[in-house]
Design a protein. Structure first.
Length: 128
């Protein structure tokens, strides 16, 4: 039996910022040190095939289009926990209404990021 690959998706308008978030996640949650991070543009939710079984998807919001991409992703991939990362809490209630796992407002610390990741892994255990 082969070991399942741990993959986390990060949707961000900036590939560099997405890679930076991947480093933050690795630093905050050591259990994911071997995880594969795939950084995508938010619009790829609408245009490209997505990896099959990620354990979480992080969406960095910088506009309403990004929020719509996150909502669409959640609609087609209900089993994948979604974490929203934003500069403000303006979309938090709406995001929780459609089922996000967590909503992080920048700046956030390692502890807060680790909490979000623990929620994601707990949802995966419940769903599995």
């Amino acid at each position: 039996m082969s070991k399942q690959r741990t993959e986390i998706l990060i949707f961000d308008k900036s590939k560099e910022a997405g890679e930076s978030l991947a480093k933050e996640i690795r630093s905050a949650y050591r259990r994911l040190s071997g995880a594969v991070f795939t950084v995508l543009y938010p619009e790829e939710v609408f245009t490209n095939p997505l990896p099959e079984n990620p354990i979480a998807a992080f969406f960095v919001l910088s506009g309403m289009y990004d929020s719509e991409a996150a909502r669409k992703f959640h609609t087609i991939r209900k089993s994948v926990p979604v974490v929203i990362v934003s500069e403000n809490s303006g979309n938090a209630i709406m995001s929780y209404d459609w089922g996000v796992c967590d909503y992080l407002v920048r700046p956030f610390g390692k502890e807060r990021l680790a909490e979000a990741l623990k929620r994601c892994t707990a949802r995966n255990r419940l769903a599995g």
